[in-house]
Design a protein around this ligand. Structure first.
Ligand code: NZQ
Ligand code: ZN
Length: 387
């Protein structure tokens, strides 16, 4: 196991009715900017619950943060927050609202051009502060509610870039599974697949003797396989939604990623697919992961065999047959969730591959994966196979 420092400071308020308790988590007298998306919270009653919980605070609002939050929109939020002398941010929504709010939090305490926070790793690492933020999560998927990451898209240039800073880790997050009852099936499915792939990015690499992380990872994967289809049922099943919400948070809050190698090549290629073709984040992962595992089966061999046995119960046949069966089971699971696993199903042809590779190159994504061995040529093979 590699050395690590683990610090997970987000306070989680989990369960029915917990939105009312967020008032106790915001400093008395704070000037709060409540951020949200395109309006789902106005239709499902979450907006009213949050407003009621914020009574007594000075509250400003910024709505309209879109899926794959746009840099251009967030610049307006930064202006509003500056003018209003905001000292606490409250993100109410899915990963996009939370990520966008994290970016605003960092930009407000950064003197230079905010774009460099995304484009320049040394700027990220040099950040020394951010406005504190809390979250009310309405879509279990990204883990953003308990981690240091955010992914922002700039529409004018077709870029989708991530940044990480310990200063933007949420102070608290409210996870009320009832808020997810209004989700369309496609977003539930996106969330299940996103959480699943967050685990595989941290687990399906090479063995380092990290038994605790491996067993936690396998438990999360098995839970997602079990509850994924239940979470799609209508009327919504509280237990399934509650387990999905907690599994998705645990999948990317650092717990399973400490002391082990990380891959993340599937995510980086997925980001280019979203930036170029507008696919949902979860859809991109359903397309890329099965092809990625197929192309890189040699370097992932030991972990793929462990995955086959422990997650899918595949123990019969030759090693190659077991790996084939595990990759096929993964693909079938995504398809059963309603997410096709080929580019063609989303109307994207093989002709799109060169421009995706050009963007990967532009973003310096030429040595990805746990061995930094995913070159542009490997990405080409993955995308060709996914076509
Ligand atoms: O905008 P509103 O009206 O709220 O509607 C949203 C949006 O249209 C809707 N929605 C959310 N909660 C709802 C709801 N509709 C009905 N009822 C509810 N309770 O769902 C749509 C999608 O929302 P979005 O926030 O975009 O989805 P998600 O949570 O999947 O976030 C995706 C973004 O997170 C990034 C992705 O790249 C993408 O930009 N990620 C962030 C990560 C992180 N910060 O750690 C890691 C991930 O790998 C990922 O990259
Ligand atoms: Zn993801």
């Amino acid at each position: 196991m590699e050395n690590f420092t683990y610090h997970a400071p987000t306070k989680i308020l989990f369960g029915k009715g917990q939105i009312a308790n967020l008032r106790g988590e915001i400093p008395v007298g704070a000037r709060v900017l409540m951020t949200y998306g395109g309006g789902s919270i106005r239709r499902n009653g979450v907006y009213e619950q949050v407003k009621a919980a914020l009574q007594g605070f000075t509250v400003f609002e910024f709505g309209g943060i879109e899926p794959n939050p746009a840099y251009e929109t967030l610049e307006k939020a930064i202006d509003l927050a500056r003018e209003s002398r905001i000292d606490f941010l409250l993100a109410v929504g899915g990963g996009s609202v939370i990520d966008g709010t994290k970016f605003v939090a960092a930009a407000l305490r950064y003197q230079g051009d905010p774009w460099t926070i995304l484009a320049d790793r040394s700027t990220q690492e040099a950040l020394t502060d951010a406005v504190p933020l809390g979250c009310v999560l309405t879509l279990p998927a990204t883990g953003s509610e308990m981690n240091a990451g955010a992914v922002i898209s700039r529409r004018t240039t077709g870029d989708k870039l991530a940044f990480h800073s310990p200063y933007v880790i949420p102070r608290f997050s409210v996870l009320d599974p009832l808020t997810t009852f209004s989700l369309p099936a496609r977003q539930v499915a996106n969330g299940v697949v996103d959480a699943f792939v967050h685990v595989t990015e941290q687990y399906l690499t090479f063995p380092v003797g990290a038994k605790v992380q491996d067993r936690f990872a396998e438990g999360l994967l098995q839970t997602l396989v079990e509850i994924g289809p239940q979470a799609l049922q209508e009327p919504p099943d509280y237990a399934a939604r509650a387990n999905l919400m907690w599994a998705a948070t645990m999948a990317l809050n650092g717990l399973i990623g400490v002391g082990v190698p990380g891959d993340w090549a599937t995510h980086m290629i997925g980001h280019e697919l979203t930036a170029k073709h507008g696919l949902d984040h979860g859809q991109t992962l359903a397309i890329v992961l099965p092809a990625m595992l197929t192309v890189r089966r040699a370097e992932k061999r030991a972990k793929l065999l462990q995955y086959a046995a422990r997650v899918w119960g595949i123990t019969e046949g030759s090693e190659d047959a077991r790996i084939d069966a595990a990759i096929a089971a993964t693909r079938t699971f995504f398809e059963r969730m309603g997410l096709p696993t080929h580019l063609s199903a989303y109307g994207i042809s093989r002709d799109a591959v060169p421009s995706l590779l050009a963007k990967l190159k532009e973003h310096g994504m030429t040595a990805l994966g746990e061995h930094q061995a995913v070159t542009l040529e490997t990405s080409r093979r993955v995308l060709d196979l996914a076509a």
